[in-house]
Design a protein around this ligand. Structure first.
Ligand SMILES: [Mn+2]
Length: 433
């Protein structure tokens, strides 16, 4: 192992915080025991939880107006892995990275896999890129990709996506996430039915190339970059496409890819009901974006999503050929913060919502639901949501070798300041939007 941060620094900082944590953990343990909940069981479940981080999230994002580079941000897959290893070393629940091609292209993927392993990391779902043109590319994606009216463009998109699967096999991935920006900006621009037909035919070729044990995760998005219609626009289109493609095709829900006010926790329950919940991308939004840090705007919604995920885990749809193994990933754009700090803060917010969902008195909830006792059903959720679970997360982290105070320890490491001296500067256009 070649971990980026000093284990001594983490141990030294933890020693300072350990007594206060033990006190808070014991106090919370007594409170939960009075409710019949064993705090150690919750902590053990949190210790088993993990969420992937995307390689592109390690760099500063931007908007279509500007990107503000951060001194010391990573500019290569190797530096991105290093930063992802810092996140994992501190928080201990982000052991896998999700790569994106061609952004993360290297000549030797076996070596990249070893490099990641030496940093304590593995690889999660591979992501294709059929939404921007690359230098030297034969066909443009301006007409769409898998659904383009141009046959040669569809072929190029299929071949690229299959190439991503082949890279993923070398990296140890088991999932392919497919998001395409295909859609239109004007009424009448394309035929709704024919564009979906073309998508399904091309996606079917990708599906046919899936190796044994692989899943194809279809990520829908309501709008952007297309602003009038999107081919895979919502969970309804997504599940129809997944059902048409076959059992290895599942739906991936990105928290920010819906119309405002849509009940996303209900979508989670619906997809699971039909054995089609394949993954979840975490972020938050205030208006119509998918860019803000997880839990920064509406942590209660995140809790309600986790409440459904915990229900789903307790009730796997084996009858639908589906257990419960969703691919979780943080997917947000860090425009004005240090991406490492944002992902540490987001991983914490995500795990907090899982911990709170684990505290829900399911027996009381189900009894109230069956008895039509609306207020007590709601109180079963509220009673869990209002608990401060941070001592559980901190204890799980520190027992796994992570930091009790992740942000304080990260800042004390002066990682970014050191990297600003060592790494070459990134340009204003080098980021991911
Ligand atoms: Mn996403």
């Amino acid at each position: 192992m070649n971990l980026p941060l000093s284990a001594d620094l983490i141990a030294e900082r933890n020693a300072r915080d350990a007594e206060a944590l033990a006190d808070e953990y014991d106090s919370l343990g007594r409170k939960l025991a009075r409710r019949g909940i064993a705090i150690d069981a919750v902590k053990d479940r949190i210790a088993r939880f993990s969420v992937a981080v995307p390689t592109w999230g390690a760099g500063r994002g931007g908007t279509r107006f500007a990107r503000f580079p951060l001194p010391g941000e990573p500019t290569s897959i190797h530096e991105k892995l290093e930063d992802c290893a810092v996140i994992q070393q501190l928080c201990r629940i982000t052991p896998r990275v999700s790569p994106h091609f061609p952004w993360d292209t290297v000549s030797d993927y076996a070596a990249l896999r070893e490099e990641a392993a030496s940093l304590g990391l593995g690889f999660d779902a591979v992501n294709s890129n059929c939404f921007q043109d690359q230098p030297g590319q034969a066909q443009t994606y301006a007409t769409g990709s898998l659904s383009s009216t141009v046959e040669a463009t569809r072929r190029q998109a299929v071949e690229h996506t299959i190439a991503c699967i082949e890279i993923g096999q070398k990296l140890g991935s088991r999932d392919l996430t497919v998001w395409v920006g295909d859609g239109t900006n004007f009424p009448g621009q394309q035929d709704f039915a024919r564009s979906l037909d073309r998508y399904l035919e091309a996606a079917g070729e990708v599906y046919a190339a899936l190796p044994h044990g692989w899943r194809m995760l279809l990520e829908h998005k309501l709008f952007e970059p297309a602003f009038y219609s999107t081919v895979i626009s919502d969970w309804g289109t997504s599940i129809l496409a997944a059902q048409e493609l076959g059992p290895k095709a599942k739906c991936l829900v990105d928290l920010g890819h819906h119309a405002q006010g849509v009940n996303i926790e209900q979508i989670v329950a619906r997809l699971h009901r039909f054995g089609k919940l394949g993954g979840f991308h975490f972020n938050d939004s205030k208006y119509g974006d998918d860019d803000l840090d997880s839990g920064s705007i509406n942590p209660h919604q995140l809790f309600l999503v986790f409440n459904e995920l915990v229900e789903a885990e307790l009730n796997p749809r084996t009858d639908k050929g589906d257990g419960f193994d969703p691919a979780y990933m943080i997917d947000q754009s860090h425009n004005v913060t240090d991406p490492i700090e944002s992902m540490l803060s987001s991983a914490e917010a995500i795990a907090q919502c899982l911990a709170k969902a684990l505290l829900v008195d399911r027996e009381a909830l189900h009894a109230a639901q069956e008895g039509n006792d609306t207020m007590m059903a709601f109180q079963a959720l509220r009673g869990a949501y209002t608990v401060d679970v941070s001592p559980i997360l901190a204890m799980a982290r520190s027992e796994a070798g992570g930091a009790i105070d992740v942000l304080g320890t990260y800042r004390a490491s002066k990682w970014r300041e050191r990297k600003a001296q060592e790494r070459k500067a990134s340009g204003p256009g080098a980021g991911i939007v």
